[in-house]
Design a binder for this molecule. Sequence first.
Ligand code: SF4
Length: 462
Amino acid sequence: MHFKARAGQKLADVVLQENLRKAKSKFVDMRARAIAELDDFEATREAAKVLRDRTLDDLDLWLERFELEATRRGATVLWAKDGAEVCQRVVDIARRHGVKKVTKSKSMLSEEAGLNQALEDAGIQPVETDLGEYILQINDNEPPSHIIAPVFHKRKEEVSALFARVHKLAAKTDIEAMTREAREVLRPHFLSADMGISGGNFLVAETGSVALVTNEGNGRMVTTLPRVHVVVTGIEKVIPTLEDLATLMRLLPRSATGQSISNYFSLLTGVKHAEDQDGPAHMYFVLVDSGRADLVGGEFAEMLRCIRCGACMNHCPVYQAVGGHAYGWVYPGPMGSILTPLFAGIENAVDLPQAATLCNQCGVVCPVKIPLPDLLRRLREKQVEQRLRPTAERLALTAWAWLARHPALYALATRIGVRYLKWLAGGEDRIRVLGLAPEWTLGRDFPAPEGKTFRELYAQKH
Ligand code: SF4
């Protein structure tokens, strides 16, 4: 998770930069159009924030209610405290039902847990069926670069060459033809899989249902064709009622892909009954903690409101410049810069809270009003407290904090500092010769401060 080093590589990747440039405004423009359809968008955001907070305040009770209702409808609810337990539970289920092949619909938690590897190690074949995830799987299990559009970083020419190599068919250049080819390759897997694994966008406590929001038909086939369906999702995904689901569904597709409603919306409740035409004979929920319970009621609890729409990353100038792989783990963008240190350990992701300009674009677009820049700043404070930042940086911040509490000295220091900066930047070579700001001056000029300082202007105007 060495963001700084990876970001440098990604900035120098000409192909990636071209792909990012093309995709940059797509999600942004589409979201803007979709939210303009709602005249009560801000009120809906506020309602969503309140309902997520209300649920998280009583998370244990809503989870118990969910377990009760899901069990009543024939499903089995299992709990997993971390990724290792997720893998263990799913492999156990697969073995109990004699499963040889698993089809998978998109699930971020299975990425978090490394589930595909665990299945393979147990001799069970996992087949990703979301088109983007499938492309990544056949490309040596490349990690996704975006939570909604996992192959955001790839051009169609790359996918065309990959398909030709793996499918051993003539290369196609037309996206529709490539999609048809993928469907034809995946169809036999759908029909022969013994078990389907999906994520879950929301868990509805009052009915024991899982809600799935997808744009490809694969989610339905994964969850209804095999005899066993396993839902792997986080404990924070539970919401109390179907009415709450309706509120969140007004926000999720609009914020994620700029659609009023996704192409498919599935609400799956219980196992197949005699009168049903399809559906699984066995349904399991693996509800995962992996650090979530520790956040409840704490200073980062607001992050649990996240509905994984990806709007924060689509609008982030840092993500737009380096793409998702630079973040080094499952979750990229501003949400990843917070979730990764929280889930994987703050000491393992030292660069990530710094990977933001704190411009608050993410906070403005987040449909559940998570104050992402505030949380990033809190993580930075923790890094300084835990001595995870370089000594020079910590000393500079300590000196600045002391000065900021002594206004007269602060004013004096500012005057001297600005004069010194003007002298330094008057000749750019001085900065280079003195070895100051080497990373900055490597790629750009150091601008000389111009005009009056804020204090001088303030004094002049008042
Ligand atoms: S933090 Fe907000 S904007 Fe980002 S993915 Fe989560 S809900 Fe969406």
